[in-house]
Design a protein around this ligand. Structure first.
Ligand code: ADP
Length: 532
């Protein structure tokens, strides 16, 4: 029962203790003391120093009171009518109300008081020995110590909770490699309970297939680490479960300073699934690689076959063609004018047809040989100026006939064989002349411009133009937009140009408007690509 309760305002000399006080400067002490005289004396002393005091004479009253809030610290006499000795302390302590207990003891009880401290009492005071000031200081320190301990315990609890809830297994070892901590996930992962794992040497948790020397070497590296930041150094090893099975883990140790030196902590993740995915991915990649290689080889084979076919077919076609041509010429020479008018015309048709067939076969042969040359020959640098000069010389006749004029800008040198460049420019320039209306005079501009690592050439004419819907089609083999009677040709010229350009990694395209001329563009590399 409370016999006195005093609240006093600030008492001088107490400010030095405020640093260790709880948030409020006033302190509520519960004195549990069976001697009313002793309690009264304490009451008076403490009240003078601004402390709220409640007094109870029995343990059972104290236990009931402590279930209610409002007490900062308990000043506990161990010898009470309903309990004596250490049991008194334990019964209050076991209430688990987080209130610090300072044991109040007679001289004879000092040994028991010390024992109480070992069990969690904050301090002890010997009756009649301590000054009033020192009692208050002792009580305030007890509260502060208790607060720090509680905070520490709370932080430990939180840390533990984090560790226990981690998705990874957690393990700590000391400097001798002995396991000192083990979380729930580690229990599940390894099959060892915490109690089974604690005290084990870390090497016992690693597969026996790894030589002990290597295990000890890794351990030595972990322990000799200068820095505490080892989380970045992730390693992999083969771990051993309690049942003897093995599994791959990824781990990284970081060290933490403790009162007994460093401890080395690690989060370990089971990477069985990851390794399985990696293995599958590797397998798929290998399979894809194999398929690509197979497909490439197949394509190369079929390209080669096609090429061979074109070559053989053209050669074989040439022979009967020559014989037809030869006999038709013979027929013309011997019988022209001797048969009727129709017969003469038929002979001319045969000669025209064979000449055209000859042209087509030649064009197919040229087309099929292009890729081969571009890949196999180390291309020399060719001066495009001289190429254009040669082309214009080759086309001299049609240029003169049509009165064509040319504006040719400065031309570079490019890594393409001369014969292919002549073919490319000749096809485009002759088209520019050919596809200008019969009544117009062809005017052709040729220019080149450097874009980073490629040259872009353009050949512009003032001709009949092309409907943009044929922009891609005209580069196909045998594609022609006009009848032979109007414009002669094989339909192979642009297909050959495209093959030459693409074989050198370039592009070819055109821009045009019907009746307003066309511009053909193409790109070629500025330098020979470096060989690996
Ligand atoms: P061809 O032997 O018929 O000239 P090409 O492959 O060189 O074959 O050209 C394909 C078709 O593209 C031609 O038949 C023609 O209709 C069209 N063409 C090509 N160049 C031009 C151009 N400069 N102006 C208009 N049409 C063109």
């Amino acid at each position: 029962m409370t016999i006195d309760k005093i609240t006093q305002a600030q008492v001088s000399g107490e400010t030095s203790l405020s640093a260790v006080a709880t948030q409020s400067t006033s302190l509520s002490v519960l004195i549990v003391e069976d001697s009313p005289t002793q309690a009264k004396l304490l009451n008076i002393s403490l009240r003078r120093l601004g402390v709220d005091v409640e007094w109870l004479g029995t343990l059972s009253d104290a236990l009931t009171r402590l279930k209610q809030p409002g007490i900062d610290v308990v000043l506990l006499d161990l010898s009470l009518p309903d309990s004596t000795g250490l049991a008194t302390f334990h019964r209050i302590h076991n209430l688990n109300v987080s209130i610090p207990i300072v044991v109040l003891t007679g001289l004879d009880d000092q040994r028991v008081a010390l024992e109480a401290m070992q069990s969690g009492a904050q301090d002890y005071l010997v009756k009649g020995r301590a000054s009033d000031d020192s009692i208050v200081r002792c009580l305030r320190y007890a509260i502060e110590r208790n607060r720090i301990e509680l905070a520490l315990r709370e932080s430990e609890r939180r840390t533990r909770q984090i560790i226990e809830n981690s998705f990874d297994a957690f393990m700590a070892i000391n400097g001798n490699g002995i396991v000192t901590d083990w979380n729930l996930k580690a229990e599940k992962m390894f099959g060892f309970t915490r109690n089974e794992a604690l005290g084990k040497h870390v090497t016992e948790l690693v597969s026996p297939s790894i030589p002990m020397e290597r295990k000890l070497d890794s351990l030595a590296q972990i322990i000799s680490q200068e820095s505490s930041d080892m989380l970045n150094t992730r390693r992999e090893t083969l771990a051993l479960r309690k049942d003897g099975s093995e599994f791959p883990v990824e781990y990284g140790f970081f060290r933490v300073k403790s009162k007994d030196g460093y401890i080395y902590c690690s989060f370990l993740s089971d990477i069985t699934e990851r390794q399985e995915i990696e293995r599958k991915r590797k397998q798929i990649n290998q399979e894809l690689e194999r398929m690509v290689q197979e497909r490439t080889a197949e394509l190369q084979r079929s390209n080669e076959e096609l090429h061979q076919f074109a070559k053989v077919a053209s050669h074989d076609l040439q022979e009967p063609l020559r014989s037809i041509e030869g006999f038709a010429q013979l027929l013309a020479k011997r019988y022209r004018g001797q048969l009727d008018k129709d017969a003469d015309e038929f002979i001319d048709f045969i000669l025209e047809g064979t000449a055209r067939m000859e042209q087509l076969i030649q064009a197919v042969l040229v087309h099929s040989s292009i890729g081969e040359e571009a890949e196999t020959l180390e291309n020399p640098m060719t001066d495009v100026n001289s190429v254009i000069k040669e082309v214009l010389a080759n086309l001299r006749q049609s240029i003169q006939e049509r009165g064509a004029t040319f504006q040719v800008g400065p031309m570079p040198t490019v890594p393409v064989t001369r014969s292919q460049l002549i073919q490319l420019f000749q096809n485009l320039i002759s088209n520019a002349i050919k596809y200008t209306g019969a009544n117009a005079t062809p005017s052709v501009s040729i220019s080149a411009e450097l874009n980073v690592n490629e040259w872009m050439f353009s050949i512009q004419d003032n001709g009949i133009g092309i409907d943009s819907k044929y922009a891609d089609k005209i580069f196909d083999m045998f594609a022609r937009l006009h009848g032979r009677t109007k414009y002669s040709g094989t339909g192979m010229g642009l297909a050959i140009c495209k093959k030459i350009v693409t074989a050198h990694g370039g592009r070819i395209w055109m821009e045009s408007e019907v009746g307003h001329g066309s511009i053909f563009f193409f790109t070629l590399p500025a330098k020979t690509p470096s060989k690996e």
